[in-house]
Design a protein around this ligand. Sequence first.
Ligand code: MG
Length: 380
Amino acid sequence: MSRITKGLAVLGSTGSVGTQTLDIVRAFPNDFNVIGLACNRNLDLLQSQIEEFAPRYINCNGTEAEMASLESNGCQDCDLDTMVRDPDVDMVVTATVGDVALGPTLAAIDAGKDIALANKETVVMAGELVSTRAKNAGVPLLPLDSEPNAIWQCIRGEETGISRMIITASGGAFRKTPIGALADATPQQALKHPTWAMAQKITIDSATMMNKAFEVIEARWLFDVPWDDIEIVIHPESIIHSMVEFVDGSVKAQISPPDMHLPIQYAMFYPERLHNPNIKRFDPVATGALTFEPWEAERYPCFDMAIGYAKRGGSWPAALSGANDAAVELFLKGKIGFLEIGIVIKEALEAHTSNQTPDLDEIIAAGKDANARVVKIVEG
Ligand code: MG
């Protein structure tokens, strides 16, 4: 059976998920046509991606001279909304950091494109808006992130009878660090994730467990499940990517070695499954024991704080995400300590004026305001 060739726009093409998305394109060259590539400032990598994939459109933060040089390869600089709306684009991969993809994701939804969603901030900031708009437009939101992707695989063909979603967490860099030593944790230590190689922002979010809170928020909106039916368990091996329990007590788990190529490929070809020789197989005996540990609320104070703000709805989660972006950046720059990440977020959100029915502009503004407030708290 021949498959149709999908037109792709990859937002965040030079990042961790973006480059792995292009690995899948490379493995299945006849299945995809790269129409657009967007990145921030990694222009050398973008240049080589342009040479390899010959996109029609590019978008990045380059000077006029840099843009002219990139465009001399036969592509055209354009804004993200124009890129994702192009009639030849079938699927938009959102793999950027922060709030950059929010507007273009809504533009792509309104234009009827499939959304392969890696950018958590989009669903955290605007979960209700994005999921409602996608439902109304009949557009699928296909999660690339390993945990929601695992849940999505587990509930396939199971429309009813779901009782609980169990999201696994590796525990991040500080699972075994004495809690008393966390105040002195350095960015270098926080960036050493035990099982996953990921971008800096998400690796810090894994150490604070803000990332896990974001995944609960994602599950809430992507799968339309009540807050109280989502649980977290620590699973240090990162082999079970999440589980779903059904009303009869049966539990389905999605199992595979920790490699993002698999969930990315699943989303890109959904509903089809294809053999990719580059993706490592699960070997039960070689893997050995799969272990689980209870969640330690005192170790990860950002988690409960974040869920509390997310449950308030409206503009609160957007403010949370914006404040977290700033706090992580300040931690990486050595301006605040590890435990201060949660403290400055809380302080910034205490000054947030809530808007219970925000539109896109108000959501983005809530994030930017909270971001600026964190910077002001720290830098004065
Ligand atoms: Mg994840």
